[in-house]
Ligand binder design. Structure first.
Ligand SMILES: [Zn+2]
Length: 291
């Protein structure tokens, strides 16, 4: 996800007129994240139900836990403001863990599994699955899109190890030619930042960090494919799936799909919902859709 300089600058210089506007936008974002979790878990719970529960009961059960998970997702995104306000990238870790704790609840509810029985988070191109169901176990899996992005970044640029460790997501140094006028870039669990520190550095990296969270939030929709996953896993014809599934997590970037339908331009940059959300949480201020 790109961030355009002009849109970014105007969002800082022309904040909303009142606290009321900011609070109303904050409330809408909270409702969106809670509803997102509720819908993903509600639908997933119906699709994966195997104990003879009615559709209504399975749906309501999913909604209840999904809304709770969505609440944590919101809190995780909100914590990303600390990166900017405290000028401290280490806040990327608690922000990511609270967010991923929420997404794990959403996914577990969608899969009809023990709600607090497992926790997943991303470290670079590895998805780590920690489970306490039956017995304690840790399953690391490679995310192919994130791995491709990491390799691409390593060839085209240079990993900034210090920033990577501090924020908890691979950060690559990028020069002006690479960024093509953007202040930063994020996608496939990779962040690109300018190789020189700008005045806006912490604000931009907090914004890009929110994009990374959005990306992993949308992976939870993949739980709807669980019935297909179970069929393929049990299939005697496609044994390759079971073998690959053991080592790989298919990190399809589905959060890019809704953006195809968003009608935004450079002067109405924040009509792109994901950009608006990232900038709101990074700056803790009201963001206008157009300037
Ligand atoms: Zn952005």
């Amino acid at each position: 996800m790109r961030i355009f300089f002009l849109a970014f600058l105007t969002s800082l210089l022309m904040p909303g007129r009142s606290n009321g506007q900011k609070n109303a936008q904050e409330a809408r974002l909270a409702i969106y994240n809670i509803s997102f979790g509720a819908i993903v878990s509600g639908v997933g719970s119906v699709l994966t139900e195997q104990h003879g529960e009615s559709v209504t009961k399975a749906f309501l059960k999913g909604i209840k836990w999904g809304a709770l998970g969505g609440g944590f997702v919101y809190l995780g995104k909100k914590t990303s403001y600390q990166i900017n306000s405290k000028k401290q990238m280490l806040y990327g870790w608690p922000s990511k863990f609270v967010h991923d704790f929420g997404i794990s609840i959403v996914e577990n509810a969608a899969k009809n599994q023990e709600i607090f029985g497992s926790f997943r988070t991303n470290v670079g191109f590895i998805k780590i699955d920690i489970s306490t169901q039956k017995h304690f176990s840790i399953h690391p899996k490679v995310m192919p899109f994130a791995l491709g992005s990491f390799i691409y970044g390593s060839i085209k640029s240079k990993l900034d190890l210090n920033k990577t460790i501090l924020i908890g997501t691979p950060v690559f140094k990028a020069n002006k030619v690479f960024l093509q006028g953007d202040l930063g870039l994020a996608g496939y669990n990779t962040i690109y930042m300018p190789d020189t520190l700008s005045y806006f550095f912490y604000s931009v990296i907090a914004h890009e960090h929110v994009h990374i969270l959005q990306e992993s939030q949308y992976f939870s929709i993949l739980t709807w494919l669980r019935p297909l996953h179970n069929k393929l896993n049990e299939s005697k014809k496609f044994t390759i799936y079971k073998k690959l599934e053991k080592y790989f997590y298919l990190d399809i970037p589905i959060y890019r799909i809704p953006q195809i339908f968003m009608n935004y331009s450079s002067n109405c940059f924040y009509r792109n919902y994901f950009e608006l959300e990232a900038q709101h949480f990074a700056s803790n201020s009201y963001i206008r859709k157009c300037y």
